[in-house]
Design a binder for this molecule. Structure first.
Ligand SMILES: Nc1ncnc2c1ncn2[C@@H]1O[C@H](COP(=O)(O)OP(=O)(O)OP(=O)(O)O)[C@@H](O)[C@H]1O
Ligand SMILES: [Mg+2]
Length: 302
């Protein structure tokens, strides 16, 4: 074939041995050894004693956090894929690597057939990303202006950008607010605009990091409709959520991540059957336990 365009990738997302380690610098008051430290009942988790000769404000420790510990993941085209896990499991870190916002420490990842470390521009052209903390940068712009600007950045001409913006404003029930500055929007209204911004470029893979956080039940249902519509059009949707009923209702396939590793993978029905659970909440608690997560910081010895 003379055409230089690559053949369609068999997988929307292909991850091999992906690892991300963050350096962490901690500083500040390490408590000076005092009489209470030697008493029975002192907190065994308290930091180790420092030499009293080091002033508190100069105490620094180097440490690392392994946020993603060598994961493998295949997601076929056209699926809604739910990426679940407790706080701090490594979901957002993985999404940021897949969307080229963060370099991996090691391992490889392809999105829409393109390598996230060596073909960033191609990856970016094929994806949409709605971050956990939102994406509306322009507080003094209106919802419509934000959408038109995003559409223009994707290469649409002005009339097309205006009509794409109008379509998304309508889809997310934002038409009445379209010409107000986004600084006046409520949390849920901003979140809807964030998700609309992620859809502007009609991406083939859409990453949504907790898209429904802060949405009322009506808008959550509306978001579910939008996600289903995208799937019907062939878009792959990769989403994280802590609403497990949402994952159950929407996802074709689910991965559960904990402590940087994928600990379970399957359809919601398969995971329920495997763990003898009635709901995905039960699956989640069975597999990840009930203990709250502490950050797994490892001291670096120098
Ligand atoms: N820039 C960073 N520097 C240091 N540590 C980080 C950084 N970003 C994330 N981490 C750590 O990596 C781990 C995974 O964080 P991540 O944000 O990926 O979790 P998450 O699964 O998205 O959690 P949540 O459900 O709370 O959003 C956590 O321990 C976090 O503290
Ligand atoms: Mg997160």
């Amino acid at each position: 074939m003379l055409d230089s365009a690559p053949a369609p990738a068999p997988l929307a997302i292909e991850v091999r041995g992906l690892k991300k380690t963050f350096p962490v610098r901690t500083r500040g008051a390490v408590p000076k050894p005092g009489p209470s430290d030697s008493q029975a009942g002192a907190n065994p988790a308290s930091p180790p004693e420092r030499s009293p000769s080091i002033p508190a404000q100069q105490s620094r420790r180097s440490a690392t956090v392994e946020a993603v510990s060598g994961i493998d993941l295949d997601v076929p085209h056209g699926q809604v894929f739910a990426f679940l896990g407790p706080n701090g499991a490594g979901k957002t870190t993985t999404l940021r690597i897949l969307t080229t916002l963060l370099p991996a420490t090691s391992g490889t990842a392809k999105v829409a057939g393109y390598d996230v470390s060596t073909q960033q521009d191609q990856v970016r052209r094929h994806i949409g990303y709605v971050g956990q903390l939102g994406g509306t940068d322009l507080d003094h712009a209106t919802g419509r202006e934000n959408l038109v600007l995003a559409a223009r950045l994707y290469g649409l001409r002005k009339p097309e950008a205006l009509s794409r913006a109008a379509e998304l404003l309508e889809g997310f029930d934002l038409t009445a607010l379209a010409d107000q500055e986004t600084s006046t929007y409520s949390g849920g209204q901003r979140r809807r605009l964030d998700v609309a911004l992620g859809m502007v470029g009609q991406p083939s893979v859409l990453f949504l990091d907790e898209p429904s956080t802060g949405l009322d039940p009506q808008n959550r249902m509306n978001l579910w409709d939008q996600v289903r519509r995208l799937r019907a059009q062939g878009t792959t949707v990769f989403l994280t959520t802590h609403y497990l009923d949402e994952a159950d209702a929407l996802a074709d396939d689910v991965a559960i991540m904990d402590h940087g590793q994928i600990i379970a993978r399957g359809t919601p029905a398969q995971l329920k059957a495997r763990t003898g659970s009635a709901t995905l909440d039960d699956v989640f608690l069975t597999l990840t336990g009930r203990a709250l997560r502490d950050t797994d910081v490892q001291e670096v010895r120098s």
